[in-house]
Write a protein that binds this ligand. Structure first.
Ligand code: ADP
Ligand code: MG
Length: 565
């Protein structure tokens, strides 16, 4: 999310936050070592550099130096504050560089690798080197401080490292990734924050006697970090670590809780002002830092590992679903292919037979019509009737053979721009002529104005449409309404003409609908079952499609989509 902010807006937020965090850090400072348990500005600078483009790094670094120098330390000369701020900026730049170089450009800390990179490269290498430099420079101003160099450097390093471990993940995770949690989960997070706040206050506000060197109370913090990591991953862990750190530092600074090591009889106010005593406060500070570091690192690693596992599971289930879909499509395509191959072989055989049968059939038809015209046969009704039946059957066989040849030896369409409505009217007239049953049929037309011409082979389309009209008329044996609708359909990149032919006939059951495009499927005694397979083949060879909607007793609508000019 923060990446979408304008760079100046980001800089403004940085400029507001940085002095506030410096102020908080100075308030928490243990005077003996001039270091706070957690130096939040380190975390802010690193987070800012990680979410900023490489070419904007100098701006962030200069802003950090300027803002640090403008918040002078009361006990330090200005040049020392400038050097310390420069070391702070350098720490961020080095940390961000090492992270980008060895961990990658992803900065959302959602992988275990990111967390390990943050801990070792930023909080480890970078903070360690630059804190040595900072403490060395500080010792230049106060030569007697060299004696304390080792201890001071250790505390300053841990202080910067804690800033990086507590604040950087919090900013990176909460600012860059807003999850759509269900409201129940949000309430749970609220409950966690509340309970953790109260529990950590109870843990760290106890006043312990001297006999405890390491109090088991601190272990009570771990269940909360586990809860946060298990249920809320990075978001929960970083928030919980911040709350725990704030409460722990607040109470430890007041010599309360498991990490307080007060000198017997010395009140906190006196301890705080005795800044020259190098021993004061350091052990408790070190223990507190170690505890917070352990909590933060274990929580983040657990959260990242859980997040990685969850994302891997999601990926696997998505892949599984994709695989299942692909297998379904494959099985369907395979069965279609097998059916098509079988039909192609069957069609080829049928076409060969049809070809062979056509000539003798023509001869039989001629003979039958010659016989019917003979004067001796005309006077004999039984013979006439038998000849009539033969003639009808010969016609039926002829229609079947024509259909077979049309279906099995399809000609390649030669599409040309043709106005669709005249073609539709011709096909309708042909169907009405052939089905001249005398039942009342009302034809309604609904044609959109300004239709572009269709790209079709007129002859082939005539065959397809007359099949559809013939079927519609056959489905209305006692008459009905036939509605024709032509519209222009403009979808994503494709422009098409949509022709719907609706009848109010007998309709079809879902089982019949599933089979109507199968060759030789028919429910009519006189049917061949080749009409609709021919329709589909012709429409598909024009890069169009045909669909059907039907309800038994209510009627049927065939919708044909054709390409247009
Ligand atoms: P045929 O007309 O020779 O039966 P078709 O392939 O044209 O073969 O049609 C297959 C089957 O589809 C028909 O037998 C019929 O059951 C069904 N059918 C097709 N069109 C319609 C329609 N408009 N109304 C109801 N049923 C239809
Ligand atoms: Mg038919």
């Amino acid at each position: 999310m923060v990446r979408r902010w304008h760079p100046l807006a980001r800089l403004a937020v940085f400029a507001l936050l940085y002095p506030a965090l410096v102020w908080i850090g100075r308030k928490l400072c243990f005077p003996s070592v001039h270091a706070a348990p957690v130096w939040f500005p380190s975390g802010l600078v690193l987070a800012a550099l990680l979410v900023t483009r490489l070419r904007h790094w100098p701006v962030v670094a200069l802003a950090a130096i300027a803002l640090g120098t403008l918040s002078p330390h009361p006990n330090q000369p200005w040049w020392l504050t400038l050097l310390s701020s420069t070391c702070g900026a350098l720490e961020g730049v080095l940390g961000a560089f090492l992270m980008r170089r060895f961990v990658g450009h992803r900065t959302d800390l959602h992988r275990v690798r990111d967390v390990i990179g943050l801990v070792t490269l930023a909080a480890g290498v970078s903070a360690l080197l630059t804190s040595q430099l900072a403490v060395g420079l500080r010792s230049l101003a106060k030569p007697d401080a060299w004696e304390q160099y080792g201890r001071t450097w250790e505390v300053v390093w841990l202080s910067d490292a804690m800033g990086i471990l507590v604040l950087t993940p919090l900013l990176l995770i909460w600012l860059q990734d807003c999850k759509d949690w269900p409201s129940r989960r949000r309430w749970e997070l609220g409950a966690l924050v509340l309970v953790l706040g109260l529990a950590s206050d109870a843990i760290f506000s106890v006043k312990l006697s001297e006999q405890w060197t390491f109090h088991p109370l601190i272990y009570l913090a771990f269940p909360f970090i586990l809860w946060a990591a298990l249920r809320f991953e990075g978001h929960g862990t970083t928030a919980a670590t911040l709350i725990l750190s704030a409460v722990a530092i607040w109470h430890t600074d007041r010599d309360l809780g498991p990490f307080a090591r007060p000198e017997p009889g010395v009140p906190p106010s006196v301890r705080a002002s005795s800044s020259e005593d190098p021993e004061n406060g350091t052990p408790s500070l070190f223990l507190l830092q170690s505890f917070l570091g352990a909590i933060s690192i274990s929580g983040m690693l657990l959260a990242a590992a859980l997040g990685e596992r969850r994302r891997a599971q999601l990926k696997v289930s998505a892949l599984n679903q994709e695989l299942r879909q692909s297998l379904d499509i494959l099985a369907k395509t395979q069965s279609e292919l097998v059916a098509r191959e079988r039909m192609a072989a069957l069609g080829e055989l049928a076409a060969t037979m049809a070809h062979e049968v056509r000539n003798p059939l023509g001869a039989i038809a001629n003979c039958v019509s010659t016989l019917r015209r003979l004067p001796s046969q005309r006077s004999s009704p039984p013979e006439q009737e038998l000849l009539g039946i033969m003639s009808e059957e010969v016609q039926r066989l002829d229609a079947l053979i024509h259909g077979l040849l049309d279906f099995a030896r399809p000609a390649q369409p030669q599409p040309r721009p043709e106005p669709l409505q005249p073609l539709v009217e011709e096909a309708l007239s042909a169907a009405l002529r052939s089905q001249n049953t005398g039942v009342p049929i009302t034809v309604r037309r609904q044609v959109a104005p300004g239709l572009p011409p269709a790209l079709v082979d007129a002859q082939q389309l005539h065959m397809a449409l007359s099949n559809l009209f013939t079927n519609a008329l056959q489905a209305m044996p006692v008459g009905g309404d036939l509605q024709i609708r032509i519209e222009h359909e403009q979808g994503a990149g494709a422009s098409r003409l949509r022709l719907s032919i609706s009848d109010t006939g007998v309709g079809m059951t879902p089982e019949t609908q599933q089979r109507i495009f199968e060759p030789f499927f028919t429910t009519r005694a006189q049917g061949t079952g080749l009409g609709l397979p021919i329709v589909r083949r012709i429409i598909e060879s024009h890069s169009g499609d045909v669909a059907v909607e039907s309800a038994p007793g209510l009627g049927t609508t065939f919708t044909v989509r054709l390409p247009c000019d």
